[in-house]
Design a protein around this ligand. Structure first.
Ligand SMILES: [Zn+2]
Ligand SMILES: [Zn+2]
Length: 367
């Protein structure tokens, strides 16, 4: 067993605090990683507070992990000790269902779906058809910790030209916006709308711009209009009806990155005929959509969930090649609760990343 130091929430109302636990030694096809950085994703906050109703406690969040390989199982061929690597939202999948066979592990239709980096299988045994859990673990502990053990084929290579702390948020925020941009085949010269301008929105703008699209950002925060401009995008306040009116039928594709339920109806008329509005930020029932606006112009309203392992590698490489990445601000693990509060208040510009060196300092200082 590997003695592991991390931060966990004991229940839905508790804050994160130091937590010691054991990880299994790496199996033949697994690698052990020393965590260097871990991004703070809004879903970490949702899950710590059980806002999606599926949290398992104690909850050690963290699925934007960058670290160094410290040990490899005997059958590992993809990674070597010393490699800089990343781990996103998934650490395993059923490997047999139709999506898995196509490399779309994020849509795994196995009885327990994919195994999340924290919080256990996406379909826990209580909800599985046969009440079994094929992964053996009802809970998994994520990257707010000093080490991680993961199957080698769910571990990504971090390109040398990316700073490790910048690479971390690409593993969730990056691939979550990249996957739909690719699936809906956003082309150079197209007009892309990004609704919500936080960690996901920041990545969506940069990726769409690097794909050659013209980008308009919709935000409720006035001082973010300048941030949009700085990234070469046009900024529009969501409540600016005249500006929305002017944009009617002008957008090829829109991505909603707002991390909670919101009204899509003001945005649907902005899509061109055949355009799609894809929701990636919210995982809950949404307000109903006026299908007249959808049907009359053969528009689509759709959703998308993170991205595959292949797409995650693709977006890491794309960011390295185009020299783009999230705007990050490093925080100490001891300040993680304050960082959560700040994310909830919409203050992050744009991603907090935990510097795990702060956790080592704490372990060293412990009696
Ligand atoms: Zn995330
Ligand atoms: Zn599967």
């Amino acid at each position: 067993m590997i003695q592991t130091q991390g931060y966990a929430a004991k229940d839905a109302s508790s804050r994160l605090e130091p937590f010691t636990f054991e990880r299994e030694e790496p199996a033949a096809d697994e690698v052990q990683i020393e965590v260097l950085y871990c991004g703070i994703c809004h879903s970490d906050i949702h899950q710590v507070k059980n806002e999606w109703g599926n949290s398992v406690y104690p909850c050690v969040p963290g699925h934007e992990v960058v670290g160094r390989v410290t040990r490899v199982g005997e059958r590992v061929t993809r990674h070597a000790v010393g490699d800089l690597v990343g781990v996103g939202c998934m650490i395993d999948s059923c490997r047999h269902c139709a999506p898995c066979r196509l490399g779309e592990q994020n849509y795994c239709e196995g009885p327990n779906s994919w195994l999340a980096t924290y919080n256990g299988p996406m379909v826990p045994k209580a909800k599985a058809p046969d009440k079994k859990n094929r992964y053996g673990r009802d809970n998994t502990f994520g990257g707010y910790a000093d080490s991680l053990v993961v199957k080698e084929d769910f571990v990504l290579k971090v390109p040398a030209s990316l700073k490790p702390e910048v690479a971390a948020p690409i593993l969730c925020a990056g691939v979550t916006t990249w996957s739909p941009l690719r699936h809906w085949k956003v082309q150079p010269g197209q007009h892309v709308g990004v609704i919500g301008f936080g960690g996901l929105g920041d990545m969506a703008v940069k990726l769409a711009r690097a794909l050659g699209a013209q980008v308009t950002v919709f935000t409720r925060t006035e001082d973010k209009l300048q941030d949009a401009q700085r990234l070469g995008a046009q900024g529009v306040l969501e409540g600016d009806e005249a500006a929305l009116k002017q944009l009617e039928r002008s957008l090829d594709f829109m991505l909603s990155t707002v991390p909670e339920k919101h009204d899509l109806n003001p945005f649907i008329p902005l899509l061109k005929r055949n355009g799609a509005l894809v929701v990636v930020g919210a995982l809950e029932p949404m307000a109903s959509v006026n299908n007249q606006e959808v049907a009359f112009h053969r528009r689509s309203v759709a959703g998308s969930l993170i991205g595959s392992i292949e797409e995650t590698q693709e977006v890491l490489d794309f960011c390295a090649e185009h020299d783009i990445g999230p705007d990050v601000q490093l925080v100490r693990i001891q300040d993680v609760n304050e960082a959560f509060d700040s994310v909830e208040r919409g203050e992050a510009r744009f991603r907090y990343v935990i510097d795990m060196a702060s956790l080592k300092g704490e372990a060293a200082a412990a009696p």
